[in-house]
Write a protein that binds this ligand. Sequence first.
Ligand SMILES: Cc1cc2nc3c(=O)[nH]c(=O)nc-3n(C[C@H](O)[C@H](O)[C@H](O)COP(=O)(O)O)c2cc1C
Length: 229
Amino acid sequence: MAIAQPGPRRSPGMRQINATENDRSTLMHKGALMKHLIVVAHPAEDSFTMGLTRAYAAELEKLGHSQRTYDLYRMGFSPVLAAPELALGDHPISIDVKRAQDDLRAADVLTVIYPLWWLSMPAMMKGYIDRVFARGFAYESLNGVVHGLLGGKKSVLITLSGAPLSLLIKSGDWNAVQALQDTHVFRSSGFELLEHLHFDEITPDLPKAVGEQHMAGVRSCARRHFPAG
Ligand SMILES: Cc1cc2nc3c(=O)[nH]c(=O)nc-3n(C[C@H](O)[C@H](O)[C@H](O)COP(=O)(O)O)c2cc1C
């Protein structure tokens, strides 16, 4: 497991995880303006998660990139996969799924942002993945082996936890997060995962100064991978 040491511009509580040498060598060329899709799941608009999302989106726009944010709760996205959506072959796709797939198809970069709930993604985000990352769109499965169909796209994963990352690593929980989310969802679908940025110890008594450092950290993540055109 490659865990990049926090660099000089990173603050305590913010870790850049899993950016391998190979990943780093494929960072965007300077000047390449990208289309970004940001998908976020948090029920409270004034949450730290939503604040990070707004800071990241604003920074991308400041750099000249275009972005569209799917705020799943405020959109009223339905996370419930219905039986007809499981049918193989040609069948009408629900309008919301079709629109979400079109927006994902049009994007160069997908950034997904959510708090870890029970070490996993909130049900709202899981439902987005279940429905939008559908067979035939995000993956194909042949003899039980999954082939990602979203190759050529980049992704960034931003998560938050109440627990310190050191505890999650020590308990083995962090391995599970990476196996199930970084690898099984995003890399398996074909994305090149540029970075998994994790903010730990995010509790209601988070000191204001630390919160501000994290906002700077998420803006710096945008600049690190997507320089201005
Ligand atoms: C339903 C629920 C489950 C949670 N499960 C975990 C968990 O498994 N591990 C953890 O470190 N934090 C867990 N937390 C804490 C959240 O990750 C933390 O409160 C959140 O990242 C803070 O971001 P926010 O202020 O934007 O909500 C959980 C919180 C909730 C509400």
